[in-house]
Write a protein that binds this ligand. Sequence first.
Ligand code: SF4
Length: 445
Amino acid sequence: MKRISILTDVLGPIMRGPSSSHTAASYAIGAFARASLGEQVRSAVVTFREGSSYAVCYHRQGSDLGFASGLLGWEMTDPRFRSALDLAPGCGLDITFGTAELQDDDHPNAVRLNLIGASGRQLEIMARSVGGGMFEITSLDGEPVHVRGPEPLPKHGDPPFCSAAEMTAWMGRTRIGAGEVGLMYETALLRLDASVVQAEMLKRCLVMRNAVQEGLRSAGDPMILLDRSAGSVYEAEAAGRVAIGGLHTRAAARAMAAMHTNCGMGMVCAAPTAGSAGALPGVLVTLSEEMGASDADIVRCMFAAGLIGAFIAERATFAAEVAGCQVEIGAATAMAAAAVVEFAHGTASQACDAAAVSLQNTMGSVCDLVQGVVEIPCHTRNAVGASSAFVVADLVLGGYRNPIPLDETIDAVLAVGKMMPEELRVTSRGGIAVAPSALAMRARR
Ligand code: SF4
């Protein structure tokens, strides 16, 4: 049992974009390394495994900014984040990045940090980014350790169940929604009052809402490869300048907006990762702005979404480095579909069915991000994910009987991920990432 927390491991961290694996986790590793050294860091040599996802993506996805900010002891929200590399020398930090064969760790997001402190103290840390902004420390000065973080909310208890099948057995004949079940799961795991856990969830809701609003502005922070188009899609729909339009198109525009904020290095909530931080906000903001959902309703929907994410994380992973886009956009869309079912007062079992159908529809989806940037195809995949969440929820609520249960579907997703070559798992060495037009694109920053 992994003891997955909905607030820590699924709907979080609240972070700066563009990538939970590469930006948020890098920041957290840097902060952990500084704390382990116990003093100001004077020199840092950051080494990635040759040919790995980290080695390919670290600059474009702001890993270098994350490591530098964490090693400098800054907050993630510090407005100097984007300038961390420029400001580091003036703050007394000499930081360099490189690649090498890391003999002891073949994880795609393995990294070695060699630090020298202000007093001359030295420390070598081996770490891995393991998806969703989380990290593992595997050795300190050559001594094997197992430290997982960051963990802002300690897990003092155990969840009452870890899979959809166990949940069904635990519930017996009770017919309640996944939102209520998710809240019970999290309060049992964290041993906190429901009101505290709900307040934590509301914080994530507000970050998501702000990310959508900021992303709909056409004059926001520039992205690397794409133009900011969410606002224009939204306005075109309102003006009747699209083919069909309607709630599904507006949800898609909102999902894309959250991703624009993410890629402008704005603040988002990983849901479950930063690359998939748009689908669920697109759905939630649509439910509140168009369907009359209150904040309490939205928090309930988020616990339903989070419960599905906990099942996925327990049996599989959110790391596209391991299983491709199936476990990022696929997971996000499954979670969003469960949120819609919850809003409509469907049962927990129906929420699981909607999640299973969503995952079945995204099965085999590869990670082929163009030029190592979380923009193409990520933004449109989030958009379509938000839109399809409504369709899938309607199919299930309307009477489609899902024959392949959620747990079995998750197992199949992981099995498919293990069959994927490394070229299709966040290395930008396959899929549309190697299309001539993708290779010819020019970065704007
Ligand atoms: S293609 Fe999918 S898995 Fe890869 S970075 Fe984009 S959203 Fe994440």
